[in-house]
Structures are given as C-alpha cells and as structure tokens.
Design a protein around this ligand. Sequence first.
Ligand SMILES: Nc1ncnc2c1ncn2[C@@H]1O[C@H](COP(=O)(O)OP(=O)(O)OP(=O)(O)O)[C@@H](O)[C@H]1O
Ligand SMILES: [Mg+2]
Length: 141
Amino acid sequence: MIKKILVPVDGSEYSDKALDEAVDLATKYSAELHLVHVVPIATALITGPEALAIDVSRQLETSGERILKTALERVEKAGLKAVTRLEHGQPADRLIQLVKDESFDLVVIGSRGLGAIARFFLGSVSDKVSHHATCSVLIAR
Ligand SMILES: Nc1ncnc2c1ncn2[C@@H]1O[C@H](COP(=O)(O)OP(=O)(O)OP(=O)(O)O)[C@@H](O)[C@H]1O
Ligand SMILES: [Mg+2]
C-alpha cells in the first residue's frame, strides 16, 4: 500500500515531471505527498570566507523556498495538498536518511535535474537515491 510519497524537488523540468506523476499516484492511492528540497552544503562554502559562505547559503535557502512554493502551487492546481519542507545537507544522503527515518513507501524523482552536463542517463542525486533508498523509487523520464 502506498501511503506516503516523497518527491524531491529542485525546480527543474524533470522534477516537475516527477511531481506530476506523484500527483497521479497520490490521487489514485489517497497517499500523502511530501515535497522536499535539500539546500546543498558545498565544501567550498564551508572552507571559503565566512561572510561569502553565509551570503551564498542564504541565497540557496531563499531559492529553495521558492522552488517548494512553486511545486506546492502545481500540486494545489491539481486539487491536492502536500507537506513541504526545506532540508539541509548533501541532497542524496539527506533524502536516503529521510526515507529511512520517516517510513516513506515511495520516492518519485526526476531522472535529471538542473545540472548542465547531460553526460549520463541519471543525475548524481537520482542515481544515488535509486541505489540506496530503502523503499521503491520511481524515476520519471
Ligand atoms: N537539492 C535537491 N533537493 C531535492 N531534490 C533534488 C535536489 N537535486 C536534485 N533533486 C532531485 O533529483 C532529480 C535528479 O537531479 P540530479 O541532481 O540527480 O541531476 P542533475 O542535476 O542533472 O545532475 P548533477 O546534479 O549530478 O549534475 C531532480 O529531478 C530532483 O527530483
Ligand atoms: Mg543536480
């Protein structure tokens, strides 16, 4: 039974596609939708000048909130509700941990994201999540 669906969103057209598929499934199964954006913690931010690091992470946080708001509007337009939350960390690791801690039944994730180099079929986040998540993963293409 699919009761709780995790949709990682990054504002890309791929994550929109994943969201649309998740909305379909949530409707069909009367499942809860949880939209999560992970604000990445880059090594350069940790080791760089402190003032710059704070400024960049604030920008990432603001953009993450905007991504979540837009995603929520997309869900609401389809007549559903969703829980939104902003997380911090390495995106794939944080998502894998969330699945473990909060007993999600399904992750619906985009095959690619905002990364400019489309060398591979999968981005690094969808690759790692699909390999290591402890629940089923649907990769939207
Ligand atoms: N920071 C994030 N927070 C939440 N979900 C994310 C985040 N980054 C990516 N995702 C999810 O993972 C999917 C695949 O994105 P991914 O980042 O793996 O590909 P990419 O950006 O093309 O490649 P890469 O980031 O490795 O250069 C996205 O469609 C989205 O669903
Ligand atoms: Mg990416």
